[in-house]
Design a protein. Structure first.
Length: 141
């Protein structure tokens, strides 16, 4: 069984994070859902699939709740894992996460899920692509 971590901020994204978690195949994934200010690097390191949800806050591309995780990512090896980004209100978080995850070794999905407008078909397709990547990574280990 694979492990997935759905980490989000601000609190307004909780329902989107839970919807995404509920859409993962529970026969294949054990899912952890946490707000960013309660999540830690061990939560990310234990996951095969890391889903990061955020929205821009004022002039900041990432909410302050992600500050510790973003800082710690510069020194962690997440090779063999897959990441996806979901966002509300704009595409800026994807660029920030690309930069933050650049040296971690994680495989970042290039397409951003706009959680503020994703219907079940779009969400399902996005998660299916991420699931395939997780399976490919597992076969490569």
């Amino acid at each position: 069984m694979f492990r997935a971590a759905v980490i989000y901020a601000p609190a307004a994204l909780q329902s989107a994070a839970e919807r995404i978690a509920d859409s993962l195949d529970r026969q294949r994934f054990h899912v952890l859902v946490k707000p960013a200010d309660q999540a830690s690097i061990p939560d990310l390191a234990a996951a095969d699939l890391v889903l990061l949800g955020s929205s821009a806050q004022g002039r900041a591309a990432l909410p302050a709740e992600f500050a510790e995780i973003a800082r710690a990512l510069s020194g962690i090896d997440l090779s063999g894992r897959v990441a996806g980004v979901f966002a509300a209100g704009g595409d800026a978080p994807l660029a920030v996460w690309k930069k933050a995850l650049k040296d971690s070794g994680i495989r970042l999905e290039e397409s951003l899920l706009r959680s503020d407008g994703a219907d079940a078909k779009v969400l399902g397709g996005w998660l299916a692509g991420l699931t395939r990547q997780v399976e490919e990574q597992a076969r490569g280990r």
